[in-house]
Design a protein around this ligand. Structure first.
Ligand code: ZN
Length: 140
């Protein structure tokens, strides 16, 4: 299932120390009526909560890392869930010993964060519950 979009607007910005990444991005999407697009970013966090989906059990487990980490890669997409724009973001962090952790991003407290949001023009994907995977996946 593939849709064809064109690029409508491109935003670039930063968040400030203490802000929470997921809530700020989702707030920005709603305020600007962005219904489809890409999110990317790099920077550093004071702490973060990420998830891993246990496929056999159809549930997420989550882990909180209460330590400063670099954001090596943060990327995600924008679609509609329950009538609202929603960013779905995955992330890779590195720790002080250069080891990495990553997963589905629930929340992260910013130390410094620079991001881009690319808004697509076209009919957006909508998320609906998928029985087979237990996830909210894209429909038409
Ligand atoms: Zn995810």
């Amino acid at each position: 299932m593939i849709k064809n979009f064109t690029i409508k607007r491109v935003f670039q910005g930063r968040l400030f120390k203490g802000q929470e990444i997921m809530s700020e991005i989702n707030k920005f999407l709603k305020e600007n009526s962005i219904k489809a697009g890409l999110v990317s970013g790099i920077g550093a966090v004071k702490k973060a909560k990420i998830g891993y989906y246990v496929q056999d059990e159809k549930r997420y487990i989550s882990h909180e890392f209460n330590e400063p980490m670099e954001i090596l890669s943060l990327k995600g997409n924008v679609s509609i869930k329950d009538g609202e724009p929603l960013a779905h973001i995955h992330v890779v962090f590195s720790k002080e010993d250069f080891s990495c952790v990553g997963g589905h991003l629930y929340e992260a407290e910013v130390f410094a964060f620079e991001f881009e949001i690319v808004e697509f023009e076209g009919e957006c994907f909508k998320r609906e519950f998928d029985q087979e995977t237990g996830l909210f996946l894209w429909r038409t």
